[in-house]
Design a protein around this ligand. Structure first.
Ligand SMILES: [Fe+2]
Length: 306
């Protein structure tokens, strides 16, 4: 199971698309009607889609998986009685599978047979520009993060990696987390993290953003759980986006930490302690995108083999 992409709807999608290419460093992955696509240097055909809409919302977060894993998800979603529907992707890469609505409205799409593309090579050596490789995590705000963690363990076969005072971190493969649920008291998109090649690429990304007048809302720093480097920004079109790198790889025997295992000395909230956090600004941005289901629930028994 791999996190592949997030599908957003928002006003002025073309402007946001341009900003993500010119300033953030993504590559253009084309346009279909009113939907604009962004890719990274890796092999996924796109990482973010931006569809023109009167208001902001998250259409889905997409994972790619094997037919066996899809069948497991379908069976468990049926058993739990979650809203779900079959889907055929018309986005770049195609594929088919199902879309599932979790308890707080999060919309997760699972695709099999989605095609990949040739990577983009040599992009960062030739210039000061940086390009994200792929998405490394998409984090959601939750009214009940514990229940959300339990639900994705039960239905999706994900595993909780760590619990902190702020988050429940969840993995779907050997990466410490591909998603997490923040203990926010409400449900929305918390942030989208882009994987950079290395620490140097994160720092050069911060430099490119600074060239264009953008300062991090938090970072640079290095998290506790996952051990990844981060720099968070509030995109001009609303959401929180992150340059990240080097998330820890964990095995099946990884012992999930509890909040008391992840404490900081006073005035510290990361390993380095070199940057401040714009709590108020981030909080507003974290409420900018909520989830909206645009489909009606439909039978998914065909995927569950029942
Ligand atoms: Fe993050």
């Amino acid at each position: 199971m791999k996190l592949r992409s997030i599908e957003l709807a928002l006003p002025k999608a073309a402007e946001a698309h341009r900003w993500m290419i010119d300033i953030w460093g993504c590559a253009d992955a084309g346009q279909q009607g009113d939907t604009f696509y962004l890719r990274g240097s890796g092999t996924f055909p796109y990482l973010v889609s931006l569809s023109e809409s009167a208001d902001n919302f998250v259409r889905s977060t997409t994972f790619v998986c094997s037919p066996d894993r899809l069948a497991q998800v379908a069976k468990a979603a049926l058993a739990r009685g979650l809203n779900a529907a079959p889907c055929v992707s018309s986005d770049p890469g195609g594929g088919e599978g199902l879309v599932v609505e979790l308890a707080e409205g999060e919309l997760l799409r699972f695709l099999v047979g989605a095609e990949e593309v040739a990577p983009i090579e040599g992009h960062s050596k030739a210039s000061r520009r940086v390009m994200p490789v792929k998405l490394t995590h998409v984090v959601f705000n939750a009214a009940d993060a514990e229940a959300s963690g339990d639900l994705v363990e039960e239905v999706l076969g994900f595993r909780v990696s760590d619990r902190t005072k702020g988050m429940v971190f969840v993995r779907c493969n050997e990466a410490h987390h591909s998603t997490a649920f923040a203990r926010a008291g409400f449900s929305s998109l918390n942030h989208i993290a882009f994987e950079m090649e290395d620490l140097d690429s994160v720092m050069r990304g911060i430099g490119c953003m600074r060239d264009h007048g953008f300062a991090p809302a938090w970072g640079p720093g290095r998290h506790g759980p996952g051990d990844n480097v981060y720099a968070y920004y509030i995109a001009p079109f609303g959401p929180v986006i992150e340059y990240s790198t080097a998330v820890e790889k964990v095995g099946d025997d990884y012992q999930a930490g509890e909040p008391d295992d992840w404490t900081w000395p006073e005035k510290r909230i990361d390993q380095w302690g070199v940057s401040d956090k714009d709590f108020a600004g981030l909080r507003i941005a974290e409420e900018a995108f909520r989830f909206r289901r645009e489909w009606d629930p439909a039978p998914i028994e065909q995927f569950a083999g029942v």
